[in-house]
Design a protein around this ligand. Structure first.
Ligand SMILES: Nc1ncnc2c1ncn2[C@@H]1O[C@H](COP(=O)(O)OP(=O)(O)O)[C@@H](O)[C@H]1O
Ligand SMILES: N[C@@H](CCOP(=O)(O)O)C(=O)O
Length: 321
């Protein structure tokens, strides 16, 4: 459960009064998520999500996230839209944290993604890339290759307490990625965290995308690599080629990969696995006292990293030439 910041009833009511959403009928902390504190608000005019931004979110980046959600929604993507106060402000402060209310999206994340889900996610990801192409703001990816060494350094002393050999293997993987990381690939807005909990379905139909708080300007194919990591592995750690093929095909129905992106795919997948392994490792070793959060398993991404280290080309992920 992710609620790091507790909000009193009085503070919450005073905050909600600034919006034209009617009186507050109920509010409750949301169990899912690990990054921010989220509350489901039931107000007289409907349901909303209140987010209090925590730890990895820098306050100066909030206008990028708010502007991006607005831009993508205007471009036809089903994503949360920030709600403005009567004074026109989308960002406020609550319980000492920056805070925002966004519209509630219907749908649910899938627990066991199938091939059809993977194809739909590939398509939606490419649509997001196209819808983001004319978004005028930029945000560097703080969690790209340049951000991985500080994470490693924060975790390395205790890495082997998680599993023996983790420190040495990670050090080698990081050095190799710092050497091999591709440059010059097509760039634009990427979601950067399109995991199953951030994609909603209603039945078999993809109904919306949420959680844009890692979104940034980076290589578009890196977003696909994150998707392959997050959606196309089975619980036993094996890569599901059929799901991978479906996700890549779904993506390419909307946006064809360029040859350089195809060639870079194994390296991008390796980098994506290392990125999520490192953030999970740091979180695993540093659970804040009193926080209602269940840290995610870094070893899941260690196993994925080892798969990618054996992959040679995009066809190892199911891409057909
Ligand atoms: N706009 C929304 N509509 C409906 N539910 C949402 C919305 N935003 C967040 N949620 C719910 O809150 C949970 C946590 O949100 P998320 O943005 O993933 O948090 P975090 O950034 O902390 O990981 C989601 O899994 C979902 O259940
Ligand atoms: N997807 C990341 C963690 C970020 O949490 P989210 O709830 O915002 O997706 C991971 O799985 O490590």
């Amino acid at each position: 459960m992710a609620v790091y910041t507790d909000v009193s009833d009085e503070e919450l009511s005073a905050f909600v009064e600034k919006y034209d959403i009617g009186g507050l009928l109920a509010a409750k902390g949301i169990a899912e998520g690990v990054e921010n504190s989220n509350y489901l608000l039931h107000a007289q005019k409907g349901f909303y999500i209140l987010t209090l931004y925590e730890k990895r979110v820098r306050e100066e980046d909030l206008p990028f996230f708010v502007g991006l959600m607005q831009h993508l929604a205007a471009g036809g993507l089903n994503c949360p839209v920030p709600v403005r106060t009567r004074d026109g402000e989308a960002l406020g402060r609550l319980a000492g944290r920056p805070a925002c209310i966004v519209t509630f999206l219907d749908g649910m994340g899938v627990r066991r993604p199938g091939v059809g889900h993977c194809m739909a996610v590939g398509e939606a990801l490419a649509r997001l890339h196209l819808a983001g192409a004319d978004f005028p703001m930029r945000r560097a990816n703080a969690l790209s290759v340049g951000g991985w060494r500080p994470l490693f350094e924060a975790a390395e002393a205790r890495a082997d307490t998680v599993t023996p050999g983790l420190r040495e293997h990670t050090a080698a993987a990081l050095a190799a990625l710092e050497r091999d990381w591709p440059t010059g690939l097509p760039e634009g807005v990427i979601h950067a965290d399109l995991f199953p909990d951030n994609v909603f379905f209603l039945g078999p139909q993809l109904s919306g995308l949420i959680d844009f708080y890692f979104a940034c300007t980076d290589a578009l194919a890196y977003d696909l690599a994150i998707g392959l990591n997050a959606w196309c592995f089975e619980n036993d750690g094996s890569y599901n080629m059929t799901k991978g093929r479906a996700m890549i095909a779904g993506y390419e129905r909307v946006r064809r990969l360029e040859p350089a992106e195809v060639e870079a795919l194994p390296t991008l997948c390796r980098g994506a696995a290392l990125r999520f392994m490192l953030t999970r490792l740091v979180d695993w070793l540093n659970v804040p006292p009193g926080a209602l959060v269940r840290p995610k398993d870094p070893l899941e991404y260690y196993r994925k990293l080892r798969f990618h280290e054996r992959a040679a080309c995009a066809s190892d992920y199911g891409r057909t030439p």
